[in-house]
Design a protein around this ligand. Structure first.
Ligand code: MG
Length: 178
């Protein structure tokens, strides 16, 4: 069965807009330079790659789903043209926190749906995020988990690393084997 690395979006793929703020335009979608290298490494190791993101901004009416999809299409185009890389899917939870859906992380719905569509073996897959709710979603789906956070907070994650760069080095040196 295929294995997948799930990536949170804000704070992993693109710079986080900060708590309670949202990326609403292409100008605000700023790729984190270390992400393409990490994605390339994950791809080279034979993993599928899926981005799983809470985008409550849709439910709050701050951005339409169509505009969000256009943002993601631009991102995928840039990833391909500038880095020759692809992701298999971008899974979005558009709901507000108060809607009680099953897809908003820390719930595992986005990961489960991606696994159903892509045929991924979740117990041999990984979730990489910058918030504990990403770790919780990954664990609830049965994945192994990596928290990327400069302050090394206490976490249920299998690994806590300070940055994407340090994660890339750990994998490159064979100290963290995906
Ligand atoms: Mg995040």
């Amino acid at each position: 069965m295929k294995r997948c690395v799930f990536f949170d979006r804000d704070g992993i793929v693109n710079e986080s807009p900060g708590p309670g703020r949202y990326v609403l335009t292409a100008e605000e979608f700023r790729l984190i330079p270390a992400f393409p290298r990490l994605l390339a490494r994950v791809r080279a190791a034979g993993f599928a790659a899926v981005i799983a993101t809470n985008q409550q901004a849709v439910g709050l009416g701050l951005i339409t789903r169509e505009a969000l999809d256009r943002l993601h299409a631009l991102f995928r185009e840039r990833l391909w043209l500038e880095h020759g890389l692809t992701v298999d899917a971008i899974m979005v939870c558009p709901h507000r926190a108060d809607e009680g859906c099953g897809c908003r992380k820390p719930k595992p719905g986005l990961l489960m749906e991606a696994a159903r569509q892509g045929g991924y073996d979740l117990k041999d897959s990984w979730m990489i995020g910058d918030a504990e709710r990403d770790v919780e979603a990954g664990r609830a789906a049965g994945c192994r988990t990596i928290l990327v956070h400069p302050a090394f907070p206490s976490s249920a994650a299998d690994w806590v690393v300070e940055s994407l760069e340090s994660l890339d080095i750990l994998i490159a040196e064979g100290r963290l084997i995906l």
